[in-house]
Ligand binder design. Structure first.
Ligand SMILES: C[S@@+](CC[C@H](N)C(=O)[O-])C[C@H]1O[C@@H](n2cnc3c(N)ncnc32)[C@H](O)[C@@H]1O
Length: 385
């Protein structure tokens, strides 16, 4: 498919694993044929749809346009099928491009080798046709290609986003164990928090969860503060259409009163969270405070408590963390009745120490780490394991 002449684009929006359903629901109002896959969601639409998904998606990482799909089980076949595609129709010799490959296959085991083969095939084809060749630019290419190989199924995509859409642009500094913005937004959407109700993150680190909650609460699109998207450098970029999509999104931003609270026991983290929120002028919608978790009490009932306690990579911190997870259980039981608590953690043994029965358990990936989001509805006199 030529992405610059086709009226319907077949696209794939990647997302953190475990957020496929949430991602599909989030973009469904903006596009057609939304179907969940593994680690992403496929959808169809035109250029406006592509711009809209890039701007609005909260949980997506890369919005990709499908170029070709074929089967190959050896490098020669891979080379010839890639070279068969008319790259010269839209990549000029003076354009730059980059390739990233992800390979899960017994036929192709080295993703660097796949990248090299695909690059050779593209360059050879363009040179054969035009006598000149485009250059590779890994940092700032005009066209960024993704190659996925699953066994013998090869798919090649054009990345319309550039860097991951999770990079909203508000985080100046982050906690070393911060979760990315797409995952944070996804956890909030999974929790079912309703913006009129209180939202608490009593271990807020760099403030990602409260800031994402405030953006959801005010209906600010995920990409509202982001300047760069690769599609803006494409030869068919339509600034009027993009400005229209942006203008429409800004008209939908609300200024309702929100009840969002973030706290942490380290002053430096609270300062960092405040700075990040101020970066996008959303700090007036969030109350940040330095507070020990043992002193945490929600202001009222009916709220959502969502937190991402440390789950430990350093040797020697196990004992400390065991006490912290026990403390989480007792504070929730004693201080948080009639609120819904959600704990996001990558350590099953530690979450057992919370000592409460979870009602739901969502399986997710944080990068390569298997994680769980556990839902504890805290009600009077129950839930002890
Ligand atoms: C994994 S980090 C949270 C990262 C955060 N979600 C973000 O995206 O930046 C865990 C946070 O819990 C805080 N914390 C640990 N023990 C605490 C306690 N007893 N009371 C309050 N905060 C605590 C740490 O200071 C750290 O900022």
């Amino acid at each position: 498919m030529n992405p610059f002449t086709s009226s319907t684009l077949e696209c794939y929006l990647t997302c953190p694993r475990g957020l496929e359903e949430v991602t599909a629901k989030d973009i469904s109002p903006h596009c057609k044929n939304v179907k969940t896959g593994s680690g992403g969601v496929s959808f169809k639409g035109d250029l406006q749809t592509l711009y809209t998904v890039n701007l609005y998606s909260r949980t997506g990482m890369f919005a990709l346009v499908k170029l070709l799909e074929f089967t190959a089980d050896n490098q020669k076949d891979l080379y010839y099928q890639i070279a068969d595609y008319p790259w010269y129709e839209w990549i000029n010799h003076d354009d730059t491009f980059s390739i990233r490959s992800r390979v899960f296959s017994k036929h192709f085991t080295d993703s660097n080798f796949v990248t090299l083969k695909v690059k050779d095939a593209i360059v050879d084809r363009i040179r054969q046709k035009t006598k000149r060749r485009p250059d590779v630019d890994k940092d700032n290419p005009r066209y960024s290609l993704f190659v996925f190989i699953h066994e013998d199924k090869v798919s090649v995509f054009l990345n319309s986003s550039g860097s991951s859409l999770s990079k909203r642009g508000y985080r100046q500094k982050i906690h070393k164990a911060a979760i990315n913005e797409a995952l944070a937004a996804g956890l909030i959407l999974l929790s079912g928090w309703e913006p009129g109700k209180p939202f608490y993150d009593p271990m807020c680190g760099s403030g990602t969860l409260p800031i994402e909650a405030a953006m959801i609460g005010r209906n600010i699109p995920g990409g509202n503060y982001r300047k760069s998207y690769t599609f803006k450098g494409w030869k068919n970029f339509d600034p009027r259409l993009w400005n229209l999509v942006v203008r429409e999104s800004r008209e939908k931003i609300r200024n309702d009163k929100l009840h969002i609270f973030g706290s942490d026991n380290m002053g430096a983290n609270v300062d960092m969270a405040k700075r990040n929120a101020r970066q996008i002028l959303i700090h007036t919608h969030i109350k940040f405070a330095k507070k020990e978790f043992e002193d945490f009490t929600p202001e009222s009932s009916g709220g959502t408590i969502l937190m991402n306690p440390p789950y430990g990579e350093r040797i020697g911190e196990e004992k400390e963390l065991e006490s912290l997870y026990q403390l989480i259980g007792s504070v929730l039981k004693q201080n948080c009745v009639n609120n819904d608590a959600f704990i996001f953690s990558g350590n099953k043994e530690l979450t057992k120490l919370i000592g409460l029965k979870s009602q739901r358990n969502y399986v997710l990936k944080n990068g390569k780490i298997d994680c769980r989001l556990l839902h504890y509805p805290i009600r009077e006199g129950n839930y002890v394991d």
